[in-house]
Design a protein around this ligand. Sequence first.
Ligand SMILES: Cc1cc2nc3c(=O)[nH]c(=O)nc-3n(C[C@H](O)[C@H](O)[C@H](O)COP(=O)(O)OP(=O)(O)OC[C@H]3O[C@@H](n4cnc5c(N)ncnc54)[C@H](O)[C@@H]3O)c2cc1C
Length: 461
Amino acid sequence: MTQHATSVATVHPRPRIVIVGGGFVGYTVARRLARGLRAGEADVVLIDGTGVMTYQPFLPEAAGGLVEPRHLVIPLRQVLKKATVVTGLVTSIDRTYRKVHVRLPDGTDYAEDYDQLVLAPGAVPRTRPIPGLAAGAVGFGTVADAAYLRDRVLRRIALAANTDDWPTFRRALTFVVIGGGYSGVEAIGELQSMAMAAIRRYPNLKPRYLRWELIEASDEIMPELPGNLGAYARRRLTKSGISVRLNSQIAALDGDLVTLAGGQQFHADTVVWTAGVRANPLLAGLGLPVDARGRLQCDPTLRVQGDDRLWSAGDGAAVPDLVAGDRLRRDKAMAAVPLCGPTAQHAVRQAKMLARNLIAGLRGKSLGDYRHRDAGSVASLGLHRGVAKIYGVSLRGPAAWLLHRCYHLLMVPTWGRRVRVAAGWAAALLGGRDLTPLPIAVVPPYLAAERERDQRGERVA
Ligand SMILES: Cc1cc2nc3c(=O)[nH]c(=O)nc-3n(C[C@H](O)[C@H](O)[C@H](O)COP(=O)(O)OP(=O)(O)OC[C@H]3O[C@@H](n4cnc5c(N)ncnc54)[C@H](O)[C@@H]3O)c2cc1C
């Protein structure tokens, strides 16, 4: 246990704990505080831009039509009865006067006082200065992205079935995913699985007309997995018809023209960008030390270095991984302590520790350090295909895929949501996956203009 006891001076009759972000960290901290705080011990306010928690590991299945997008979002107000939930975007934080500035959905601004502040606004896609990329590529981090992509793939197949124009046909059926990490691999696996099922509905189309490209800058996909599993995943994807380009990068995206760093060019209507994340830019504006990815430097108790009223965890926090550090020191491989990776597994465990330490701090008790032995990873490569490494045991194929599903089903917050997800799988098992395109699917704002052009038929002419 680290001795960092703190007493909390407050401006309100009761200590006011404000949580920014209601994702894995914010939701878990609020739940744990509700359980651990005594009646009247503190007020808890959670502010989130969307008002819902998104279970991101199921986004690929939502894109693939196997999970209904609505079923992977959890309405925070409904599940956090003891906290005040505010739907609004935090625009800035004033550490001198201890105020969080919030923009409400109606455009008005207000300020929330805090005594203790938990910063958990997660990550945003890490884009590169590649010409045309920001305007032309779709991200893959929100329910809107997943719903949009599902609709997009299905509509492109329908378009290809109804055109006599060869270039239009070719680019409609060419799909590119940039980034061979977890989310890129899972996204392409699920979308391709869905496309294979959808194309069979069109007598004039054949699965071999589909072209899927996964572009990865390093020499293997899913570098988080031990080498042989990454290589297995790559072989599996290749066997199912996905071209995996290693050591390859996109150089430019000009409308639907993709140019690779080596100069090779091809046309694709759909380009998805999943090449890494960086911390929410809100955090860099605090004037506190951040790491190279913009994450707040935290000590092992989850306190932000430089301000003892601030706490952080998850994708926006640079938290020392003490367990990995011990192992490396034992192996004499490295002296410096490594940092925890941006995974839901760390986010949830850190959030539990953070809540415990917050309560301990309020009570003037000593704080504990975050130590978590990584349980491993599971990933889906599309229906019935997967890879996993759990507690040192490697699995592949349908067993890994089933493990992936069971693990994530149990991790989805609330039984209500778990039942809905499982019922969706049962329906897909009996009647096939849902291949209905939704012409009014939610469109990310940055794609609205492109979509309007699309609907006017300008790009197909
Ligand atoms: C497609 C995909 C698949 C993934 N699969 C896995 C997986 O299989 N296993 C795994 O371990 N991890 C996975 N991850 C990573 C995992 O989802 C993240 O590590 C985890 O969500 C981090 O939790 P967090 O609380 O830090 O951020 P988030 O869960 O992203 O929560 C951040 C919250 O902050 C809110 N917010 C942001 N900015 C503001 C603001 N200015 N004001 C108010 N609210 C704000 C957002 O609305 C959001 O609700 C996946 C991620 C993606 C995108």
